[in-house]
Design a protein around this ligand. Structure first.
Ligand SMILES: Nc1nc2c(c(=O)[nH]1)N[C@H]1C(S)=C(S)[C@@H](COP(=O)(O)O)O[C@H]1N2
Ligand SMILES: [Mo]
Length: 197
């Protein structure tokens, strides 16, 4: 499947105060995990769900694979256009559990306890993906291998690299950058950079 067609001009694709880069900057807090193999790697789906579900890398690869092309916008001011992401749709992931109807938020858990938060409806947007590949190549360790989230409609800090857990929650709990002054939602089109924006 392939989505991401746009009728927008290049200028219309760039949110306020962003500059286009042709490189692919690496940005994160903490250390890059280097996996020799994925034998012990799992993705845990937990929290406000009927049962905790643990997926292996193989389980993920056996789910339907999607491809999307879109633009990403980092809060520090760079945007990168026309990224092709391949992976598993978040909509496939939630079919594996029953979510408590009162749950409204998702907390993503990455390696080293790094977290970020977003509303369930954003997690489930058609373009929201758990990606293993970028522009036809497996993610490099620096960019999130083996699995990262991609939410192109939010600032890129919400797109957790080295994803290990998806927690459904009744409350909106701030993640790592959100606790450090960044916005709880992070819409690049509204310049929602900091908590006071
Ligand atoms: N686990 C984890 N994911 C993370 C971050 C982080 O610190 N830890 N930083 C975020 C930020 S601020 C950005 S801009 C993007 C950068 O992704 P890239 O290094 O692939 O460009 O990752 C996001 N995902
Ligand atoms: Mo960022």
């Amino acid at each position: 499947m392939y989505f991401g067609k746009t009728n927008k001009t290049k200028d219309e694709r760039i949110p306020p105060d962003q500059n286009v880069t042709t490189g692919f900057p690496v940005l994160h807090h903490g250390n890059v995990p280097y996996y020799k193999d994925l034998m012990t790697w799992t993705l845990k789906i937990f929290g406000a769900v009927d049962h905790t579900k643990i997926l292996t890398y193989e389980d993920l690869m056996n789910l339907p694979q999607y491809e999307y092309k879109n633009d990403i916008h980092c809060v520090t001011g760079w945007s990168k256009l026309d990224n092709v992401w391949r992976g598993v749709s978040t909509q496939e992931i939630i079919r594996l559990v029953t979510i408590n109807s009162k749950a409204k938020y998702v907390i993503l858990h990455a390696e080293e306890g790094w977290t970020t938060n977003l509303p369930i409806e954003d997690f489930l947007k058609e373009t929201s993906l758990l990606a293993h590949s970028h522009n036809g190549q497996l993610l490099t360790p620096e960019h999130g291998y083996p699995l990262r989230a991609v939410f192109p409609h939010l600032y890129f800090w919400k797109s957790a690299k080295w994803l290990r857990g998806i927690e459904f929650s009744l409350e909106n709990q701030p993640g790592f950058w959100e606790k450090n002054g960044y916005h709880m939602y992070g819409d690049p089109w509204k310049s929602q950079r900091y908590s006071f924006d």
